[in-house]
Design a protein around this ligand. Structure first.
Ligand code: SAM
Length: 199
């Protein structure tokens, strides 16, 4: 549901992250130098670009499979492309970013990480929530949250989420991990990975 409305999505993210809402973008943005080429995989409402990268001459491409997010980005004259990450290849860039999206590809998250590393020439930045409403002990809240975040066109969405342990483990297993840390507020973790082929 929330991937059908960029406005609703942004509002919900602000409520969920509260005073740490901008921190989640700042942590990623500081890894990217001015003028770099960036691929934002599962870019959503492109908030990272609009608020933190646009003014810094970054050459940005966003990819997503939600028609609402793609149209909204293109209306804002942002290079947002329709890509189904499960089926399609990614363009090659210096920095590949994926924020808050890896869980959607479980149980195939390792395949996705490999794809991200293959697309980057300098660095991969993966940020992932490790505190989730869908893990709530309140069953109806957990169920509602999973329903809200079902990806566009998904047929076998598990609704599973990462914990600190499972995220750290999959990043280590992916290879090339430089660093894993937690963002202020503790809701998300950020991992920096080397590209598949370090030049
Ligand atoms: C939770 S949102 C994250 C958006 C943004 N990265 C952020 O952190 O605010 C997950 C995004 O992944 C996209 N998505 C889900 N499955 C996808 C797929 N197979 N290919 C491309 N994008 C997908 C959704 O449309 C949605 O925009």
């Amino acid at each position: 549901m929330i991937y059908r409305s960029p406005v609703l999505y942004n509002l919900l993210m602000r409520v969920l992250y509260g005073k740490h809402f901008t921190d989640r973008y700042q942590v990623v943005s500081k890894e990217i130098p001015d003028g770099a080429s960036v691929l934002d995989v599962c870019c959503g409402d492109c908030f990272l670009y609009r608020r933190f990268l646009q003014a810094r001459n970054v050459r940005y491409i966003g990819v997503d499979n939600s028609p609402a997010f793609i149209c909204s980005g293109q209306r804002k004259k942002i290079d947002v492309r329709s890509v189904d990450l499960k089926a399609e290849e990614l363009p090659k860039v210096e920095y590949v970013v994926m924020q808050g999206s890896l869980y959607q590809f479980l149980p195939d998250a390792a395949v996705v990480l490999k794809k991200l590393r293959a697309a980057a020439t300098i660095k991969v930045i993966v940020a992932e929530p490790v505190q989730n409403l869908s893990d709530s002990h309140v069953k109806c809240l957990a169920k509602f949250s999973r329903w809200l975040t079902t990806p566009y066109g998904a047929t076998n969405y598990s609704g599973e989420r990462f914990s600190e342990e499972s995220f750290t483990r999959i990043i280590k297993e992916a290879g090339g991990a430089q660093q894993v840390c937690t963002i202020p507020g503790g809701r998300e973790m950020v991992a920096l990975l080397d590209p598949e082929t370090v030049s």
